[in-house]
Design a protein around this ligand. Sequence first.
Ligand code: ADP
Length: 477
Amino acid sequence: MVQKNLIDGEWIAGSEAFRNINPSNTNDVVGEYARASAEDARAAIAAAKAAFPAWSRSGILERHAILRKTADEILARKDELGKLLSREEGKTLAEGIGETVRAGQIFDFFAGECLRLAGEVLPSARPNIGVEITREPVGVVGIITPWNFPIAIPAWKIAPALCYGNTVVFKPAELVPGSSWAIVDILHRAGLPKGVLNLVMGKGSVVGQAMLDSPDIHAITFTGSTGTGKRVALASVEHNRKYQLEMGGKNPFVVLDDADLAVAVEAAVNSAFFSTGQRCTASSRLIVTEGIHDRFVAAMGERMKGLVIDDALKAGTQIGPVVDESQLNQDTDYIAIGRQEGAKLAFGGELLKRDTPGFYLQPALFTEATNAMRISREEIFGPVASVIRVKDYDEALTVANDTPFGLSSGIATTSLKHATHFKRNAEAGMVMVNLPTAGVDFHVPFGGRKGSSHGSREQGRYAAEFYTTVKTAYTLA
Ligand code: ADP
């Protein structure tokens, strides 16, 4: 059965379909999904536009009930939805279920936020005049998501968009339509009026582009590559629309001589290799001071030897496959580039064979890397990390900040002085002390600076900045 697109409250098959393939076993077809056309995208935008006046004025209890119901169903079905996610994306079952729980928590959080919409009442600078500051929805929000968090990223964009009274046209990544279809189905059955949330699965160059080109989309929130992010930005300037971009990272993880070695290694392995290194918050630059360098590299090698890389759904798997062949080729190309550049491949990097045909790669660790090498400057988006040796904390901080990106930044140290200094001086949107660079909470702001992000933060109460527009009203008493 082909899973359809949702346009104006109707499930629409369209003329084409595409297959969702399991990267742990390419013989396993997860499902077939309708491929939307540019015409479908335009119909979805028109439906969202028509639904906006009523939804923007809907009662907070109606919105609360729908988001709450959605949260409850996602959480009740966490094992099934987590399995679907791991099957289509390739992260381990524990990671898939964890991400699904997070999606449920996000809907729960924004269900609560519906009940806490607030403004300000102030006296005017002039006598006998009152001033009210309120937040209103922006209008039709376009949501474009990547493949690496198939349920959490759609959740953290859809939930606030609906909470604050916007209508939505949602285009998930083609590689992972299953989780997106599932949450749209849940929201639809939870009672969303027709046209409030529209799903258009399909190609970025067709469906995504139709969204970018539409004057009727008032805001676009995008997570994906730097190249596509730039297209979103340019098209949004053209239409004078609000936009928010989350793009790449080249996140540093600093290890100082005084670090607790076990804490440093655990955080580095998690940062660099869990979720197969396919997180924009993953750390691919391990910046290590001289005194601990050799011990750290030896301990990393030992730890990496014990990692279980296998089918994402198998019990005991710690690292699943790479998402598809093209990403696998990108990873192995960068491993070849690192060697050509003179870095030493200290561990891993080989393709692995398992019981089923899939995109299995042994996580790779380079040593003797410099921060000028391409493997240290460009985002690889796979289980590939390099160790950069530095003299001391000052050099570590300089190297950590010497990157076009600025999403997350981590440090392993037992020094309060260095931890405090690093928190203040790391040029990143998120800083982690003795913790992996990836792995963030659902109720606090997420986002970066420099080449990683543009616009206001996602998640938590800060999401209101993007999904609302402020009105200032004056009344003569
Ligand atoms: P990734 O490397 O993670 O696939 P992309 O930026 O290519 O990064 O994809 C992120 C999202 O952007 C996907 O949903 C993709 O379909 C969409 N996309 C790709 N090209 C375009 C485009 N020209 N216009 C709008 N969206 C696009």
